[in-house]
Write a protein that binds this ligand. Sequence first.
Ligand SMILES: Nc1ncnc2c1ncn2[C@@H]1O[C@H](COP(=O)(O)OP(=O)(O)OP(=O)(O)O)[C@@H](O)[C@H]1O
Ligand SMILES: [Mg+2]
Length: 504
Amino acid sequence: MNRVELRNISKSFGGIAALKNVTLKVIPGEIHALIGENGAGKSTLMKILSGAYTKDYGQIFIDGKEVQIKNTHDSKKLGIGIIYQEFSLVPGLSVAENVFLNQLDTTGFWMKWGKMKMNAEALINSIGFSINPSLKVGDLSIAQQQIVEIAKALSENVRVLILDEPSAVLGPQEIQKLFDTLKKLKKESVAIIYISHHLSEVFQIADRITVLKDGTSSGSFPVSETDRDSIIKLMLGRSLDAMYPFRETIIGEEVLKVVGIHVAEKVKGVSLSIKEGEIVGIAGLVGSGRSETVRAIFAADKRKQGKIFLYGKELQLRSPRKAVSKGIGMVPEDRKQHGVILSLTVKENISLTNFKGITDHFGFINVKKERNNTIELIRRLAIKTENEDQEAGKLSGGNQQKVSLAKWLNRDCRVLLIDEPTRGVDIGAKVEIYNLINELSQKGVAIVVISSETSELMGICDRIVVMHKGQVQGELAKKEYSEENILRMSIGEVENATSGQLTS
Ligand SMILES: Nc1ncnc2c1ncn2[C@@H]1O[C@H](COP(=O)(O)OP(=O)(O)OP(=O)(O)O)[C@@H](O)[C@H]1O
Ligand SMILES: [Mg+2]
């Protein structure tokens, strides 16, 4: 019998249909992948099941019985746990308090602090991680926050577990641990719905796949009876020729040189050099100091030591605004906090004309050209929005990501630092983002890309710097690229491609 059956679910926002007659069936002990382009309706469908949104039409059955889910309390009572795409943690509370936050309204009182801490720690350990339960969630890395989210969803006896892009902020090792947890839950007959844009993950972990396209279901398929290309075709309505576009590299003089950067505890003497037209990747495990390094270059984090040179001239950057005025741009990892202003429109976010404070220092931007570019970028990145005047907060998660990226692709930078360029975006938009990065590099922009997806780094970068524990562990040239080489350097096993057995 189906654990969950969603029958003919429809939902509109302000007259625009996000879901049209969607049906989805999930059986106990199954991992069911829900996939589709950005804006296809995946999160909306799951929010209806979790009670965060109410449906306009349709029926919900749990274990064959029709149920009414009017709010999140109803869904919790039915044993439905959800890990939202946007985090739902309270940054000012401790890890332990966050894990047991939901239990407050069911029992009406808090657990004793000591017990709560112990239980939270045990729960986090049981899924293969260790995080101090007394720490404030706001002080954790995003990957750690995601682990707290997972623990929180498991803190009650779940019979249905929904994960909305849980892996987007996790590194490869954490993803494997998450998969181990899911396999355990599967054995306990939990019905799992897994949303992801990573088809390799989907094919690794899922039993069945349902594809949503433009708010309707394109069908459900057992993983064993389908393949990547057919799924991409259903998702996009076309096939993809090449994931990574061909690129002619014209490398010029050195643009950015970074010497011996230190950031408290996290970065211990990193030096880098990037030339005009070059795309340099930074690989490394979560916590290796990659983001902190680029944030320090951008003056978003304070560095303790180190020098930064632009075209051979030392820069004294005291704020991101200063960095921007020198032609250094950064697309941050944590876009919810630093990337998109949800209350502004898509156009305002992309075209910096309304971005007061920064634009004031921006003598060299051509305002009119930028405005036209905005429309062009919405089209090229296929940002799913009613029009350019839609509030960014109303877009789907992946479309918000595209907006934050578009904002930076739209300006004249000499150096662009991009942290996880394609996190959360669908496969069609990914290719378009690679094309845009290529075009910028062909214009001579020096580009640094951080990515947890090694295949992405290998696909678009001219060379890859690998970080380990706050230092540069080594560097790989194109001919030395392999998943294995990058991984072995990331874990600190080898120092360069020619040491040990690294070169095959
Ligand atoms: N609160 C809202 N107000 C208005 N429109 C909304 C709201 N939430 C979602 N939408 C719209 O509903 C559609 C489906 O969005 P949804 O978030 O379900 O997409 P998704 O498949 O989860 O995409 P992604 O992969 O980008 O997360 C989008 O067009 C989105 O703009
Ligand atoms: Mg979503």
